[in-house]
Every structure is written in C-alpha cells, then in structure tokens.
Design a binder for this molecule. Structure first.
Ligand code: NAI
Length: 297
C-alpha cells in the first residue's frame, strides 16, 4: 500500500476561497503545518480568521476538543508570497477555475519548491493532462478534487492525467484517506465523476425554471423532501458559487466538443453578470439573510 504524506510535512494551499479555506482546515486537523496563500491582498489572513472561527464553532457545539481546535488553528500560517511555500511537500491549488491561471501558477511553483513536491489541483473540471502539460515534470501533478463544504464532505476524487505517475496518485490517495476522507481514483475525463453526473441535475433544473414548471424554491423542495437528494439544484448551485459553476459548465461543454447536454444556461450567465454569485456574495437564486433559505443550516 502506498504511504501517505507524513503529517509533519508542510502542505501549501493556494487560493483561500471557499475550497482552499476548507482544505487548509482539514490538512491542519490532520496534523500538517499549512501555509495558506492567496493573490488577493489580505484574503489569506481573513480566511485564516474564518477558519479559526469555524473550528471554535465546532468546539461550542461539543464536536471538537478546544485543544485540538487551537492546535489546528495554530498550524495554519498565512503566506505573503509564493516564495514562502518553498518547504512544501504537497501544494494544493484551489484558485480560479481557469486553465491559463492554473498553468501559470504551477509553472511559477516549479521554480520555487523542491523536485519531490507533489502538485495537486482541486479543479472541478479542467483536464489534469492539460494543466500538467507545460511543466518540466508533468508526472508530479494530480487532481485532488474535494467537495463543498470540505470539512463535511467525505468524497475526494483523485484524478490522474495521461502523464501522472501512478505513485503520485497513490500517495495523494493515501493522504486523503489519512485526512479522514473517502478517496476514489479516476482518470482525467470531462467533469471527472461527480461533476459529469451532476451537470444534468443543474441543467434540467434551469430548463424547468425557464419553462416555469415551478419556482426555484418549489423545485428544490421537491428534490430535497421527496426526491431524497441532500440539496435541490438551485440551493446547491448557490452553495457552489455561480462563477465557479458557470466555469465548470463551460469547461465540460468545451471538453465534450459542445455536446448540447452540457450547454451552459443563460440564467447562469445572467447571475454571474449581475454579481449574484450565490451564498458567498449574499445573493444567487436566493437572497441570504432575507429569504428563509439556508442550505447549510
Ligand atoms: P473562490 O472564488 O471562493 O476562491 C478562489 C480564490 O483563489 C480567491 O480567493 C482568489 O483570490 C484566489 N486566486 C485566484 N487566482 C489566484 C492565483 N493566481 N494565485 C493565488 N490565488 C488566486 O473559488 P472556490 O469555490 O474556492 O474554487 C476554487 C477551485 O476549486 C476552482 O478550481 C473550483 O472549480 C474548485 N472547486 C470548487 C467547488 C465549489 O463548490 N465551489 C467544489 C470543488 C472544486
């Protein structure tokens, strides 16, 4: 069996948004020293404060010992620049869902970290083969796809691109299991497993909305209460973030040579244009704090 990345090793998390913050929290709880970096000024520092507050909430609810929460919070450091990540054994990338940005980031990192450092991308949909293609050593890059919210969701997809070394995928797989997750191997195919299967859930929901079959709250309630799904399509898209979800839809559509089943919806486009990104911006299909909908409550 492959061995995990030892918990004494540094994990660098790049992108301190919804996913990066969650990954940093999980890695720190597993014992790793964590460096959290974001290109937006103060974003990592703000995310770190939010992670510590989230850990404290777990203590308040009696789900975690105060000493464990404090220790995990203390293991995370906000990094001021990519150069601060030079001692990482694993880099977890959770930046914007854009191939060019991810390629550029990993190219920069290749100049900073040592040759044994593993590169993992949390991309929802972009080809791992394509992200790795321009690296000096594409064999070290693998997909490590967490789900939102990271501390709660058990599944992690471990995605191998054409050049990914099997030992790298196995090490990351073993590491995800050591972090308390359920890890599955998959090949780099458009949308991987979950996002491929889930695309029609969102797309048909938006078609039903366009056809005025029912309003979003009713459609969500039907799928949740009677359909047995944890969340309806609209509250789930609001949780994911419409900027992220539109980018993923577009990426799967492009990668399947414009298969109409995966075509993005104008509704998504309009929400993004308006800045109604979902829960993270306070408004998406629902208005948070105004409408009585809280999918995570
Ligand atoms: P987000 O928008 O909440 O956070 C992204 C963060 O990355 C922002 O703080 C931004 O400032 C930062 N960033 C952007 N470009 C950067 C760069 N070049 N260097 C450093 N930081 C940079 O996005 P979210 O939702 O956390 O998604 C991140 C990644 O995770 C995307 O690839 C997305 O597809 C994937 N993902 C998202 C899920 C979701 O439900 N939101 C679920 C699973 C994967």
């Amino acid at each position: 069996m492959a061995s995990r990345i030892d918990s004494s090793r540094v994990v660098a998390v790049i992108g301190s948004g919804v996913m990066g913050a969650g990954i940093a929290q999980v890695a720190a709880l597993a014992g790793h020293p964590v460096r959290l970096y974001d290109s937006r000024s103060q974003a990592a520092t703000k995310a770190l404060a939010e992670i510590r507050a989230a850990l404290q909430r777990q203590v308040d609810k009696g789900r975690m010992r105060a000493a464990d929460a404090d220790a995990a919070g203390a293991r995370i450091r906000a990094a001021a620049s990519l150069d601060d990540l030079s001692d990482a054994s694993l880099v977890m990338e959770a930046i914007v869902e854009n191939l060019g940005s991810k390629r550029q980031l990993f190219a920069d990192l290749e100049q900073i970290v040592n040759t044994t450092c593993i590169f993992a991308s949390n991309t929802s949909s972009i080809s791992i083969t394509a992200i790795a293609a321009q690296l000096g050593n594409p064999a070290r890059l693998v997909g490590m796809h967490f789900f939102n919210p990271v501390p709660l969701m058990e599944l992690v997809e471990i995605i191998s691109g054409l050049a990914t070394e099997a030992a790298v995928a196995d090490t990351v797989h073993a590491t995800a299991i050591a972090w308390g997750k359920c890890a599955v191997h998959a090949k780099s195919t458009p949308g991987f497993i979950v996002n491929r299967v889930a695309r029609p859930y969102y797309a048909e929901g938006m078609r039903l909305l366009t056809e005025q079959a029912a309003d979003a709250a009713t459609l969500d309630a039907v799928m949740r209460e009677a359909g047995g799904f944890r969340m309806g399509p609209f509250e789930l898209m609001d949780l994911i973030g419409h900027d992220v979800n539109l980018a993923v839809t577009q990426s799967v559509f492009d990668a399947t040579f414009n298969d109409p089943r995966f075509m993005p919806s104008l509704i998504q486009q309009e929400l993004v244009s308006a800045g109604f990104l979902g829960r993270k911006s306070g408004r998406g299909f629902y208005r948070y704090g105004i409408d009585a909908v809280n999918p995570c409550a």
